[in-house]
Structure formats: structure tokens, C-alpha cells
Write a protein that binds this ligand. Sequence first.
Ligand code: NAG
Ligand code: NAG
Ligand code: NAG
Ligand code: NAG
Length: 328
Amino acid sequence: MLLLVSCLFLHLYPAFAYLYPDRLYEELEHLLVDTNGYNSGHFAVGVTPCTLYFQGPQTTGRQTSAQWMRVAFHDFSTANVAAGTGGIDASIGFETTRPENSGIAMNDSLSYWAPFVNTYASMADMVALGSTVASAACGGPIFPFKGGRISATQAGEFGVPEPDEELQPTLERFAGAGFSQTRAIQLTACSVHHAGFPLIVDTSVVTPNNTQGGIHFDDTVAVFDNHVVTEYIDGTTPNPLVTSFNVSQRSDLRLFSSDNNATMQGLQDAATFASVCTDVFTQMLNTVPSGVSLRDITPIPLKPVNIQLGVSSAGTATLTGAIRVCLS
Ligand SMILES: *[C@@H]1O[C@H](CO)[C@@H](O)[C@H](O)[C@H]1NC(C)=O
Ligand SMILES: *[C@@H]1O[C@H](CO)[C@@H](O)[C@H](O)[C@H]1NC(C)=O
Ligand SMILES: *[C@@H]1O[C@H](CO)[C@@H](O)[C@H](O)[C@H]1NC(C)=O
Ligand SMILES: *[C@@H]1O[C@H](CO)[C@@H](O)[C@H](O)[C@H]1NC(C)=O
């Protein structure tokens, strides 16, 4: 049997090295590429369409794609690159009761990813794959994906930046994780985040169609685009971390304006935004503890799927399975 799939990102990877069998590679590539139809890896189901809330009613104001990016950011942001600790290591699984990780996004996401974890693919790889697949499901940039992360066996450091934190400590946390002020602004502008009442927005946002008071950060909820930037610049942003009635919760305003809005102004062009977001997300997702080495997981142009050789008692050999062909 011949399976044809469209591999949008094939052209991004001129250098390609795959030797069958290579279980980690095959497993992660399957989840990344086989997003629907026959032989689907089912990983992308949770974020298809982009506005879906997978774990409950569509009236809570929650969005699974945004949750997946939030989890990656929370897992990453306590990295200490000088010490070679933290980053994307799934330590977040031991940190869900910390106030800095409040909300159901962590548990929702980790529960969704758990069945995809096996001998080859780690939960830490799922954390990174989640953001990669979510961006693609929302029409955002395709982040080059690497695999081979190792999951932590215990909690890591505290220190996820919070909405009511002052600018200086926030910049210090980003610096510790390897992000300059400019890149901290870029990553924050690129991240889809979620805020809820009552600390940040008032109860008027709660309606029958938004029972948990979720607030979107721009007017294009179903698309990963740069409206979060353009609406900030033109003063129409709904981003509560810019406009909150509670001034101490305006962490995005403090960060975005910390260089007189220069970085935000540089993100107004849609193509620039997409390429900068690819850069900063790639840096974030590939920030891992020292000693972990990552490998490129690129679409495999010709991939054997479920190949089995059977031999009957009469001595007849039968080879079954499929060859998946990537159309770019
Ligand atoms: C997430 O799950 C952990 C472990 O089961 C639990 O202790 C924690 O309270 C849960 N968090 C939320 C917000 O439900
Ligand atoms: C505003 O945010 C601060 C810091 O989190 C919090 O202590 C305070 O209660 C909030 N104010 C209101 C009116 O909710
Ligand atoms: C809630 O959503 C339904 C279905 O999309 C729509 O018909 C209704 O007008 C919405 N109600 C409010 C209060 O926005
Ligand atoms: C930055 O942009 C925001 C939003 O448009 C604006 O409120 C703020 O005054 C600007 N700050 C500086 C220093 O230009």
C-alpha cells in the first residue's frame, strides 16, 4: 500500500539523514507529520481546529493550543543556562501545585500527552512537540523540530515570571534562561497566553459563552499571527496584561515598553513576526539541561509503515505494510 501525505516542511530540510529502523525518530516524526486520516498519530487532534478546547465544553473561554504553548513556556522559563539545569525537561509535571503554575492548563496538557510517551519518546519531547504542532494547527510558522529530550525525575527551580512581577526581576529570569531583553519581548509577543479573572480582568468578561472568563490577546483567536503586536502599537489591544484595570498586573506593557517599544515596532511586519517567532520558539524549545543532545526530526520522504514479514506453516512468506510518501 502507498500512503501519500503532504509534508509542508520538507523543503526546510535539505540535509536529511534517516536509516531504518530508528525508533525515536520514527515515533516523533509520526506524531509530527501524520496529523490526520489513515495512519494518523492523533497528536494534533487536541488542537484541531485551533480554537478547540479538548477537555471540556467550548464555552469556558479555554483553548488547548494556547494551553500547550503556556505549558512549554512555564517548563522552560525556570531554566538556568549557566548551571545547565532546567529548560524543556517536563519538570512542570512536578510543579503543578505551585501558584506560579496555577490553572488547569498544566494538568490538561500533561494528561493529553501522557499516552504518547513511551520507551522512545519522552514527556519532555511532548512538551516541545505540543507548541510545534499547535503553531502549525493555528496557521502559524512551522518550527523546525528536534527530539531526544530527557524528562526530569523531580521538580526544578521556582521562578516563572508572573503578571504582577516588576520588570527587573522578569528580565533577570529571562536572562538566566538565555534570553536578552529583546528576545524576551519577542518571545512574549509570540506566545499565545491566557489570563483570567478576577485578579487581572473584572467579572464582566464572564458570560454563558465564556464561563471561566478567558480573555484573548488579540482579535484573531483562531490564527497565530502578529495582531497581538499591531493592536498593541495602534492602541486597540485587548491584551489584559497591557490594559488590566489592575496596574500591577500589566506585565506585558512593562516588558513591551521597556525599550521604548522598539522591539514591538520591529515585529509589525507579518513575515518578520513569523520568522522571529520561529527563532525564539526554537531557542525556547531547544533549551535543555546540559548533557541532553537533540536530533533533528525532519519529515521522512519515503517511510516504511507497519512492515511485517509473516511466514506460514507451509513456508510461504508474506510481506505486509505500507510505504508513506511525502509530497512537499
Ligand atoms: C493537577 O494534578 C495534580 C496531581 O494529580 C494535583 O495535585 C493538582 O491539584 C492538579 N492541579 C489542578 C489545578 O487541578
Ligand atoms: C491587583 O494585583 C495585585 C497583585 O497580584 C493583588 O494583590 C491585588 O489584590 C489586585 N487588585 C485587585 C483590585 O484585584
Ligand atoms: C453564545 O454562543 C451561541 C452559539 O455560538 C450564540 O448563538 C449566542 O449568541 C452566544 N451568546 C452570547 C451571550 O454571546
Ligand atoms: C509604547 O506603546 C504603548 C502602546 O501603544 C503606549 O501606551 C506607550 O506609551 C508606549 N511607550 C513608549 C515609551 O513609547
